[in-house]
Design a protein around this ligand. Structure first.
Ligand code: FAD
Ligand code: NAI
Length: 474
């Protein structure tokens, strides 16, 4: 007799585990299966998916350590702190990162217990339909559920001419675990991973060169922000080559050689000790047995879903990286909550137009809503309030004067259409902008709100004032 549940979630990443917990809160009997190779102390697959095991959390831990290292090496002296030349103990840095991952992934198992979600270790694959739901094989067992939420996430896209061994040629998994700081590090792809992990290893002493296929830098960001980011990251020492075409990638005992043609078509070679391939991610649908049960995929291999993450089969839903939309943990979680609530007959909703984007470089980059180039292309009349962090006392006190906040508001109605930040604390500051836009706020609404002094949030306040040409401190 197979185990029976109201809901089976396939995949225990941020989308899946949040969907499972919310569904249990709503009174359903819920199971979540997970098959990743990252085992906990009991030898069971760890929950948390890409995000907790080999993504958001470990990368932010390394960003923090490397930031402190850089401050000690280059920032402390100007403030009268003398520590000599700092040294990095990579093993210890990785152990700290691993401890955080262990704590958080174990924490999710604890949350499952608390919420009475059944954890099933094993790979989930559709086995067929039943009278009122689905049969799914989980490892060697069979499970029946009225609803199935597919939350199988994504994995790194690899290039055919650059086989990843996660030793010399690495994707995100190996790039978070170098056992020493490479002298020379090459990166293919100047996207989010390239910039964040490129920053980590550069701060620790690597000479980093990033090879990017397209001619533009961060095309999804506001062009002003992208320009400023390229300038600041370049000044920190990241080297960029745009418009390249990658050729043969050869590894040897000494390292790796990447043949490529530059933007003018000239043949070039880059030698490095290690290479990170960060050229986007592909949805995980392998082994789901999707075709056999008629689960429809898009041309890009994602599970096709409607605005509420309903797939083409009755009682089947899909969320997170395995469906359309930005591949971000907070988007996956929002969809998880929405689907659980929809199954319960509630009005769950996820606004894909208002998913904030953050890049955790120094300075941080964060945005929400439309960019200036998007508004121009759409022919929307807008006004701009742009204020630099340089004019903010807290930013100067923190020795973080770089960057700006740029607010875009509708020229007629004053409704905020987009906020783009490059500067200290951008990842947290953006939350106020998201709230304002979700509430259909105007720049005047933010301008009339009292912001604590001295805080970085005053830059956002000033940007709102600047939309009406009445900034007080700039
Ligand atoms: P995943 O986290 O990929 O989880 C899916 C899970 O399903 C996996 O554990 C997988 O093993 C399991 N699975 C797959 N198939 C099956 C199956 N058939 N049966 C059972 N289990 C299965 N996002 C942010 O928002 N902020 C960040 O700072 C950030 N940093 C990142 C840094 C890096 C280096 C990387 C690689 C990604 C980062 N991301 C970040 C993206 C984020 O990790 C993903 O968007 C998020 O993890 C997606 O969640 P998910 O639940 O859809 O999928
Ligand atoms: P990405 O999509 O951010 O960037 C990939 C880059 O590689 C692009 O600039 C693309 O033009 C380039 N590229 C593609 N093919 C190439 C080729 N053959 N040669 C050279 N360049 C090539 O993807 P990335 O950095 O791999 O990250 C994957 C995803 O993970 C992100 O899109 C994001 O959704 C998520 N992520 C989010 C983070 C955050 O929120 N802070 C941090 C890291 C990852």
């Amino acid at each position: 007799m197979s185990k029976q549940f109201d809901i089976l979630v396939i995949g225990g990443g941020p989308g899946g585990y949040v969907a499972a917990i919310r569904a249990a809160q709503l009174g359903f009997s819920v199971a979540c299966c997970e098959s990743n190779p990252y085992a906990d102390l009991k030898g069971e697959p760890r929950l948390g998916g890409t995000c907790l095991n080999v993504g958001c959390i470990p990368s932010k831990a390394l960003l923090h350590t490397s930031h402190l290292f850089e401050e000690a090496a280059h920032g402390f002296a100007a403030q009268g702190i003398e520590v000599g030349t700092p040294k990095i103990d990579v093993k210890k840095m990785l152990a700290r990162k691993a401890e955080i991952v262990d704590k958080l992934t174990a924490g999710i198992k604890g949350l499952f217990k608390k919420n009475k979600v059944t954890f099933l270790a094993g790979h989930g694959s559709f086995a067929g339909q039943t009278a009122n739901g689905w049969k799914v094989r989980v490892g060697d067992a069979e499970v029946e559920a009225k609803n199935v939420i597919v939350a199988t996430g994504s994995k790194a896209r690899h290039l055919p001419n650059a086989p990843v061994d996660n030793r010399i040629v690495c994707d995100n998994v190996g790039a978070l675990d170098f056992d020493s700081v490479p002298k020379k590090l090459a990166i293919i792809g100047a996207g989010v991973i390239g910039l964040e992990l490129g920053s980590v290893w550069r701060r620790l002493g690597a000479e980093v060169t990033i090879l990017e296929a397209i001619p533009d830098f961060l095309p999804a960001a506001d062009a002003d922000v992208a320009r400023e980011a390229q300038k600041l990251l370049g000044k920190q020492g990241l080297k960029f080559q745009f418009g390249v075409k990658i050729g043969e990638v050869k590894t040897s005992k000494k390292g790796v050689t990447i043949a490529y043609s530059d933007k003018d078509g000239k043949a070039e070679k880059l030698e490095a000790d290690r290479l990170i391939v960060s050229v986007g991610r592909v949805p995980n649908t392998e082994g789901l047995n999707a075709e056999a049960v008629g689960l429809k995929l898009t041309e890009r291999g994602q599970i096709e879903v409607d605005a509420h993450c309903r797939a083409n089969l009755s009682g089947v839903w899909a969320i997170g990286d395995v469906v359309r939309g930005p591949m971000l943990a907070h988007k996956a979680m929002e969809e998880g909550v929405m689907v659980a609530e929809r199954i319960a007959g509630q009005a769950g909703h996820c606004n894909l137009d208002l998913v904030p984007g953050v890049i955790y470089t120094t300075p941080e980059i964060a945005w929400i809503g439309k960019s200036e180039q998007q508004l121009k292309a759409e022919g929307v009349a807008y006004k701009v309030g742009k204020v630099p962090f340089l004019a903010n006392g807290r930013a100067l006190g923190m020795d973080a004067p770089e960057g700006f906040v740029k607010m875009l508001a509708d020229a007629k109605t004053d409704r905020i259409l987009g906020v783009h930040i490059i500067g200290a604390g951008a990842s947290d500051l953006i939350a106020e902008a998201v709230t304002a836009i979700e509430f259909s706020g105007a720049s005047e609404d933010l301008a009339r709100i009292c912001h604590a002094h001295p805080t970085l949030s005053e830059v956002l306040h000033e940007a709102a004032l600047a939309c009406d040409k009445r900034a007080l401190h700039f």
